[in-house]
Design a protein around this ligand. Structure first.
Ligand code: F6P
Length: 348
């Protein structure tokens, strides 16, 4: 039975991380285990940055956004000697188990450490992008969709007042989950996502059709990972920084601006752009995310208690189950065609 359990949160922060920390710690402390927070994701294990978590430290954190133990995008597999230091820290700190809370990158490292070294780790799926396989939903996603939907609602009234096209750029990296769900909820007139890239010409035709029906304002939601696609066959991705991080990701952003220029030029409609950015990750989690994060945290604590390492808590239907970490991290969960079809029913 484990006596000392570590928790780390890695990758981009998202609402609900503190709810997971609270649930893992509460259940583990109640069982008499010691619990420590590993600071700043995998960096904390590389550099030995740990702090004890007790009932006091986890009190009052359920509604708080961000993570009380910090996060980073450190990849031990990209830094010379770092994997050895992770193993040494775990041993020196007498960690019997680790709960890693993260997306494909953080959990990819966890899966590899488990496969290569039998590292005693369980995973919890976190990301506003909702792109992790093995789970129907990740926590943080519902809050991001809520924030984006509220922004779309607000943009509607100003778009209508000025007869404008409003382009809203949302996050999601290489998947269009946030765009599709907030677009459906907010009544977007066109949605552009990486998985099924309709052309700029098609998008403009939808807007022209709508205006032809007497509506002289429109909302266009574009996912940051959408590649500008033209009928000629040309495709162009837009990124803020081309230099990749330690997990090989470039920093996306800017496609909204380019798309807005294209729409204005092609249709003649006055067009403005709003980039929602990190506001989608900030602040308090929705009740749904608090509950999902709490259930995931309890499940992770139970997996540790049962010694079932290399597993990840997951949501399937309404049930919290566990799946293999490598299954969850081996491929991205993209938006299936039927969801995009639902959104398309309201285009134009
Ligand atoms: O993975 C979450 C996410 O917010 C993506 O949607 C986005 O592309 C990326 O992180 C932004 O990363 P950073 O916070 O490093 O700018």
């Amino acid at each position: 039975m484990p006596e000392r359990i570590g928790i780390l949160t890695g990758g981009g922060d998202c609402p609900g991380l503190n709810a997971v920390i609270r649930a893992v710690a509460r259940r583990s402390l109640d069982r008499g285990y010691g619990v420590v927070g590993v600071r700043e994701g995998w960096r904390g294990l590389v550099e030995g940055l740990l702090e004890p978590l007790d009932y006091r430290t986890i009190s009052g954190i359920l509604p708080r956004g961000g993570t009380i133990i910090g996060t980073s995008r450190t990849n031990p597999y990209r830094n010379e000697g770092a994997v050895d230091r992770v193993l040494q820290t775990a041993e020196a700190e007498r960690l019997d188990a680790l709960v890693a809370v993260g997306g494909e990158d953080t959990l990819g490292v966890a899966a590899r450490l488990h496969a290569d070294h039998g590292f005693p780790v369980v995973g919890v799926p976190k990301t506003i992008d909702n792109d992790l396989s093995g789970t129907d939903y990740t926590f943080g996603f519902d809050t991001a969709v809520w924030i984006a939907t509220e922004a779309i609602d607000r943009l509607h009234t100003t778009a209508e007042s000025h007869n404008r096209v409003m382009v809203v750029e949302v996050m999601g990296r290489h998947t269009g989950w946030i765009a599709v769900m907030s677009g459906i909820a907010g009544g977007a007139d066109v949605i552009l996502i990486p998985e099924q890239p309709i052309s700029v010409e098609e998008a403009c035709a939808e807007l022209a059709q709508r205006h032809g029906r007497g509506k002289d304002f429109s909302i266009v939601v574009v996912s940051e990972g959408y590649r500008l696609t033209y009928e000629s066959g040309e495709q162009r991705g837009v990124a803020k920084e081309v230099e990749a991080d330690q997990f090989g990701h470039v920093r996306l952003g800017g496609v909204g601006e380019a798309l807005a220029r294209d729409i204005e030029e092609r249709t003649g409609y006055e067009t403005r752009v709003t980039v929602l950015g990190h506001v989608q990750r900030g602040g308090s989690p929705t009740p749904r995310d608090r509950i999902l994060a709490t259930r995931f945290g309890l499940k992770a604590a139970d997996l540790v208690h049962e010694g079932r390492f290399g597993r990840m808590a997951a949501l399937q239907g309404d049930a919290i189950v566990d799946v293999a970490l490598d299954e969850a991290t081996s491929r991205l969960k993209t938006v299936p065609p039927h969801w995009y079809e639902t959104a398309k029913a309201f285009f134009g």
